[in-house]
Structures are given as structure tokens and as C-alpha cells.
Design a protein around this ligand. Sequence first.
Ligand code: ADP
Ligand code: AMP
Length: 221
Amino acid sequence: MRIILMGPPGAGKGTQAKRLVDKFGMAHLSSGDIFRAEKAGGSALGQKLAEYMNAGQLVPDEIVVEIMAKAITSCDSPAGLLLDGFPRTVAQAEALDAQLDQAGKSLDGVVVITADEDEIVERITGRRSCSDCGKVYHVKYLRPQNDNLCDKCNVQLVQRADDTEGVIRQRLAAYNLQTEPVIAYYRGRPNVQTLFVNGTQPPDNVTADLVQGLEQLKTEM
Ligand code: ADP
Ligand code: AMP
């Protein structure tokens, strides 16, 4: 299965992606995680990415496409691929199409996790993640067993630089204006299923809906 996981920031893409990968075994590529790793490394490219990310703006398409094309080439395997956070503009979707076409590969599904704006702001301001393994928690909804420590790595949880209320509003505006049209771009395309899952349910219910949808998609492939 080659799947794109979409939805506004804070909808639960990263949380659910990890669960889907455990269940279905595909590779998980998160553009945000890749960019944060580059940023943390302090390279010139990382500093450029940070300018956009810290302001809640999308990184320009040509930079994103170059980084993601390499990442996809190096990890697309027979087990499949779960793309999380990419493509985020119609131009990125066109570039992905061209890359897959050239490789004789295709996309199987677009899965959209939905969530409303108030919920998103609460989720993002309460998000904490492990600086070691990247596991994502929430101060209220998905708490670690020990206060502010990762259950797996036992290291301090951190808050993302762009997870402030002001920046979230900017990221939401970018989603509505630039990313939502990507759903319409794929919708109705033969051989690409579009699946909407209600993200404003408890995490296990969201996972159950996603698993059911993907099992169904697999039988129709
Ligand atoms: P995204 O990758 O879409 O930006 P995350 O998976 O990082 O979103 O989730 C954003 C925040 O919301 C995290 O703190 C996460 O723990 C929390 N979260 C995720 N799914 C749910 C849910 N179904 N209910 C409540 N909180 C959730
Ligand atoms: P995320 O981790 O998906 O919330 O992404 C964090 C930030 O990284 C976004 O607000 C953007 O600045 C940048 N980013 C991640 N993926 C993309 C993309 N596909 N296109 C443009 N910018 C991106």
C-alpha cells in the first residue's frame, strides 16, 4: 500500500501513523520529522527550513520536493509507504505523481483525518514529544506514565518551537489555503481511494476506523 495521510496540524497524523506502521509494516515518512532533524543538525539547509517552520509557513515547494524525492526513493519498499505531511500543495502532489509515474509505481489511497479548529489548538499547545524516539504525547489526552518522561526512553519530553497559539493559527491558515486543495486534486481519481476518518474521537477509536478503512482498501487493490 502506498498511502498519503492528510489532515490539519494536530489532527493526529503522527500519532496514528506510528500505530498503522506497527499494524501494516509499511515505511513511514514524515516531512515535518525530516525537516526537524535537518534543523536540529544546524546545517545551512536546516537554518533555511527553520525560517519557514518557526513562522508557521510552508517551506517552498522546490526545497520540499527535492528533500522528499530523495527520501521516497531511499525508503519505498514492497511493504509500502505511508506519507505523512507530504504532499501539502498541489505542486508537491504533481511532483509526487511524476516521480511515481517515472518509477512505474502508483498511489493507492489518500486518508484524511479530520478535526475542528478549537480541538486542534488545545491538542497542539499540549503536545510534547520525546527528543530521542519522537514518540508524541499530550499533557492531558495521551500522558506519559511518569511526568514529562518518555515511556520508552525515559528522557525529558520537549515542546516543538512552532507549537504556540500564534504560530498554530498561521499553520491552520496555510492548511486551509494551500493543503486542502490537495484533497480535491486526488478525489475521484480512478484507483486512488479517498477515506475520511473522524479525528475528534479517542485515539483508539480513530485507529480502529483507520485500520478498518485500510483493510477494506487492501481488499479492493
Ligand atoms: P499531527 O501529526 O497531525 O500534527 P499529532 O499526532 O502530533 O498530530 O497529535 C497532536 C497532539 O494531539 C499530540 O499531543 C497528541 O498526543 C494528541 N492527540 C492525537 N490524537 C488524539 C486524539 N484522538 N485525542 C486527543 N488527543 C490526541
Ligand atoms: P508538521 O510536522 O507536519 O506539523 O510540519 C511542521 C512544519 O514543517 C510545517 O508547519 C511547515 O513549515 C514544514 N513542512 C512540513 N511538511 C511540509 C511540506 N510538505 N511542505 C511545506 N512545508 C512543510
